[in-house]
Design a protein. Structure first.
Length: 114
């Protein structure tokens, strides 16, 4: 399984970004996918999670602003981020768990600044 994250960039506070994580390989082995982030000088934290049963979970500070979703036809995981704040700045990583895993994608940098 390989994960390719994209979609990061510079955005002003209050703006939006959509991150994508393209999945290739033995996709049927994946039963959970997550987005993590790591801010400068801080530990990596779980932002959002999706599992194959449709359960979704979010970090409290992003609830109501971020939405995790998966497009099975495109084998892609998304993270829609709205009403972005400066504290959302960091490197975002996608993660997949399942047989043979876990698997990590490379990070994509999100910078929220005016």
């Amino acid at each position: 399984v390989q994960l390719q994250a994209s979609g990061g960039g510079l955005v002003q506070p209050g703006g939006s970004l959509r991150l994508s994580c393209a999945v290739s390989g033995t996709i049927s082995s994946i039963n959970i996918m997550k987005w993590y982030r790591q801010a400068p000088g801080k530990e990596r934290e779980l932002v959002a999670a999706w599992d194959r049963y449709g359960n979704l979970n979010y970090l409290d500070s992003v609830k109501g602003r971020f939405t995790i979703s998966r497009d099975n036809a495109k084998n892609t995981l998304y993270l829609q981020m709205d009403s972005l704040k400066s504290e959302d700045t960091g490197v975002y990583y996608c993660y997949a768990g399942g047989l043979g895993g876990p698997y990590w994608g490379q990070g994509t940098l999100v910078t929220v600044s005016s």
